[in-house]
Design a protein around this ligand. Structure first.
Ligand SMILES: [Zn+2]
Length: 85
């Protein structure tokens, strides 16, 4: 009965795993070379800086079905993280 403290159940680990998976999945699965239905770059930046769930719902939904926007959003997030450190 010592199986309670096994390290693979740390939340942080699972989160990182999932995020890594989601990142490679979303960044490749939905090519949209003509950028059909894409929100303006401004919307992506606004959501990255000050996410408001009700207002940004359609943008965040779009990210889950459009690789170019997803990649752009990841870029913006990385930028913000760099600027804030
Ligand atoms: Zn898009």
């Amino acid at each position: 009965m010592t199986g309670k403290d096994r390290p693979e159940f740390h939340d942080e680990f699972i989160e990182a795993e999932f995020f890594g998976f989601a990142k490679s999945y979303f960044s490749e699965m939905f090519p949209n070379p003509q950028r059909i239905g894409c929100p303006p770059d401004y919307d992506l930046q606004r959501m990255a800086e000050h996410p408001v769930e009700a207002r940004d719902a359609h943008v965040s939904e779009h990210l889950t079905c459009c690789s170019p926007c997803f990649n752009r959003y990841m870029e913006i997030l990385a930028d913000l993280r760099q600027r804030s450190t």
